[in-house]
Design a binder for this molecule. Sequence first.
Ligand code: 89V
Length: 340
Amino acid sequence: MSELRFAVFGSGFWSRFQLGGWSELDGARCVAICDPDMAKAKAMANAFSIPAVYDDAQDLLSHETLDFVDIVTDVDSHGPLVNKAADHGIAVICQKPMGPTLEIAEAMVQRCLRDRVPFFVHENWRWQAPLRAIKAVIDSGRLGNIVRGRIDYANSFPVFDNQPFLKQLDRFILTDIGTHILDVARFLWGEASELFCLTRRIRTDIRGEDVATVMMRMTDGVTVTCNMSYASKWEFDRFPETMVAIEGTLGGVSLGPDFTIKVVTDEGTEVNRVAPQRYPWSEPAYALIHSSIVQCNQNLLTALQGGATAETTAEDNLETLKLVFACYESAAKGQSVRLR
Ligand code: 89V
C-alpha cells in the first residue's frame, strides 16, 4: 500500500507528540507543516525532517499534494481549517475539542458529509492501554450485568504551565479533559439518556471551571459518575491517570494508581498491571497519553487507507460533544438534561 502524504497544522505543545506518534507508524509521511509563527514551524520541521514549511494554510493546501491534514491548533481555528481542507477535498484529522460550540462542530461535520470528505477527531484518551483492558473485562461478561461505574480524573497537576491558553478559556475542564472523560464513558458504557452536572471554579487565576461532577443515566440503565478536577489533592492525585471503578452483579473491576487493574469476583481477586508503552519522544509526565496517540493514529490511518471504520469519526465525536455541552446546560440550569 502506498504511503499517505499529510500536512500538520500547528507547531505548539501537542504537535511534537502528534508527530512523534506518526513517526512510530508505517504508511503515512508528513510532507509539510504550517504555523503562523514561521520560526516555530521551522523548528518542528527540522526536528521531524519535514521538507516544506508554510505560515499560511491556504498557501500550503494550494501547493502540496496531500491525502489528509492533521489539525493540531487552537479550537477556534478548527472550523476554518476543516473548511479549507474540505474545499480541497482533503481528508481531515482534528484535535479535540472538535469545535468551540456544538453548532460549529455540527456545521463542520455536515460540511464534510456533504462533500464526502473523511473527517476524524483525534480523541486519544480511550486508546490508553489500561482503559482498553478495563473494556475487555466488561466485554468478557465476568462482571455480569453492570450496575454502575465511576471515572475519577482528579489531580493538582499544573496543566497551565505547558498549555497557558487553558487559563483563558471561559469553559475549561469540561471542554479540555471532559471531552476525553465523557468519551471514555461512551466507550465503556454506550450512550447516556440523561445527565446532571455541577461545576466549580476553585483556582482564582483562571476563567473557566476547574471542577466538574457529572452523573449520567445510560440508556441500558447503568449509572455513571464522572469526577473531574484540576484542584484536587488526594490519595489518587496522579496526573494523567484515569481511575475507574465498575460494579457488576457478578463482580467488580477497578483501575487504580500505577495502571493496576483488580478484578474481584466470588473466586477471588485478580491483579494485573497494564502499563503504557514508552517512546523516546514522549515526555515522562505525559507518557500514558503519548502512547495512546500512537494507537489512535493507527486506528485513523487504517480508516484512511480504506480499512476498518475508525472509532472516533467526527460524527461519533459529536455525541461526546453533545454530552459536554449538555453538562454546561445542566450546570447553568441546576437541573438534569434529557438527551434521548
Ligand atoms: O490531553 C489533553 O487534552 C490535555 C491535558 C491532558 C493536559 O488535559 O490538554
